[in-house]
Unconditional design. Structure first.
Length: 460
């Protein structure tokens, strides 16, 4: 009972009026959701930039208690008892629906919202879109700073992160996406992976600080929310996942402009691949009360020397009391155009070759009839020759009995030759096959005619 009471007390929070910046019409709140979002806000506080209205939100009580941010909100204590969702997206979705009133209260009272979140986890994927939706219902302009999971993580985690990112891009005004895979290329991560995460959280924190300056503080050169939205609010789908890279530097002397630019552009995230993909940049310069326009001009001139030719840059310069004689520079690269679909050039199909019969004139009807008559005569002659070849051997076997003479009274005798053999009624073997066994049935030879077997007289 004591644990549940403690979790319930953490759900109730009050907005710290002393940390609000800007005019009432330009009120800003920064929310860190999940472990990655909380880590980015912790970097801001530990670096001494905790002057903003900040709030951390999670379903894991231990994660919230480990944060250095003063304002905290624990979600779903009645469902998970402060133990987190454990990667169960269905439980996280249930918490997001059940705690919609608390999410509405968390974003109320501000005009601009910056949400820091690491996508992939259950709480971040389910609660982040719901939080942005509640903010949009109240007309709050929202910027999301998100990190994507490593490519070696589970397919389900990757899928849920992509779905959540697609929802965020539809309902948020701007979405800045960092890729955790960049950690593997950092020299700091070669010996200790925690150091790599620290660098990513630090860069995310400085990016949030630069955005907060743009939204809440007037400066010598003023950027606006429209400048951020024009670069990071163009994408509405997942054709591009990673679209933001950050570099940060600080020098203790206002005269050391060259080193300030060199350190910022030497960010481990600014690789050759990134420079080939980025097409815009936002530059935020902060200095003490002695910051002059000449120093800003010198910084921009030095920066243009290092950037690609005709690279669009939006610049903002603000005065910070905490900087005194220091200069801080944050460079955000943006990718605003999706890669064009490659057009495969098809080879032209070869022209069909004209056949020979296409050039020969067709025969007339008279020629066709004449050719048909000639072919029929040839076929008839060939058939007659074939019949003659078949009949000739049979003629050679004709016997003398077949060559009978027929005498007609009153006329001259004329000899006719039978063309077909006749069965003679004599004792020859023409009535059956030679060298075959006689067919005897009940003492009678069935191969002989009936009148001979029964010895009947025939009158002619």
């Amino acid at each position: 009972m004591r644990e549940n009471k403690r979790g319930a007390d953490m759900i109730e929070f009050k907005i710290d009026e002393s940390q609000s910046n800007g005019s009432p019409a330009n009120r800003l709140r920064v929310i860190g959701l999940g472990q990655a979002g909380i880590g980015a806000l912790d970097q801001i506080v530990m670096y001494g930039m905790d002057r903003y209205d900040m709030l951390v939100v999670d379903t894991d009580q231990q994660s919230i208690e480990g944060s250095v941010v003063k304002q905290r909100l624990l979600l779903g204590a009645e469902i998970t008892r402060g133990l987190g969702c454990g990667g169960d997206h269905e439980v996280a979705a249930e918490i997001a629906t059940a705690c919609s009133d608390k999410l509405t209260e968390a974003v109320s009272g501000c005009n601009h919202l910056i949400l820091s979140v690491g996508l992939g986890g259950a709480t971040a994927c389910m609660v982040a879109p719901e939080l942005v939706i509640q903010a949009s219902k109240q007309g709050i302009r929202t910027i999301v700073v998100a990190t994507m999971p490593f490519s070696f993580e589970s397919r389900r985690r990757q899928t849920m992160a992509n779905k959540s990112l697609e929802r965020l891009r539809r309902c948020a005004d701007s979405v800045l996406v960092f890729a955790n895979d960049r950690i593997t290329t950092l020299p700091q991560a070669s010996g200790n992976i925690r150091q790599g995460f620290h660098v990513i959280n630090q860069l995310a924190g400085h990016s949030i600080e630069a955005l907060a300056q743009i939204l809440s503080k007037p400066g010598l050169i003023q950027l606006s929310f429209a400048d951020v939205r024009s670069l990071y609010g163009r994408l509405t789908n997942n054709a591009i996942t990673e679209n933001c890279w950050a570099g940060w530097s600080e020098v203790s002397s206002t005269k050391d402009i060259k080193r300030l630019v060199d350190d910022a552009l030497s960010s481990p995230l600014f690789t050759e691949e990134v420079w080939s993909q980025a097409d815009h940049a936002i530059v935020c310069l902060s200095g003490g009360g002695d910051l002059s326009l000449v120093q800003v001009q010198n910084m921009l001139a030095e920066l243009q020397k290092r950037l690609p030719a005709d690279f669009p840059v939006a610049t903002g310069a603000t005065l910070e009391e905490t900087c005194k004689s220091k200069l801080r520079l944050t460079v955000l690269l943006a990718r605003t155009v999706a890669p064009a679909t490659p057009i495969v050039e098809m080879e032209p199909e070869p022209e069909p070759q004209r056949m020979v019969h296409d050039t020969v004139p067709l025969p007339s009807l008279a020629e066709l009839q004449e050719n048909a008559a000639e072919e029929s005569e040839v076929e008839f002659e060939e058939a007659a020759e074939t019949d003659e070849e078949l009949v000739a051997p049979l003629r050679g076997k004709a016997t003398a009995a077949n060559d009978a003479s027929v005498v007609i009274p009153g006329k001259k005798t004329k000899k006719y030759i039978a063309k077909q053999e006749e069965l003679q009624f004599d004792g020859s073997h023409r009535g059956r096959f030679e060298k075959s066994i006689e067919t005897i049935y009940k003492g009678e030879n069935l191969d002989q005619p009936t009148f001979r077997r029964r010895k009947l007289a025939i009158r002619l």
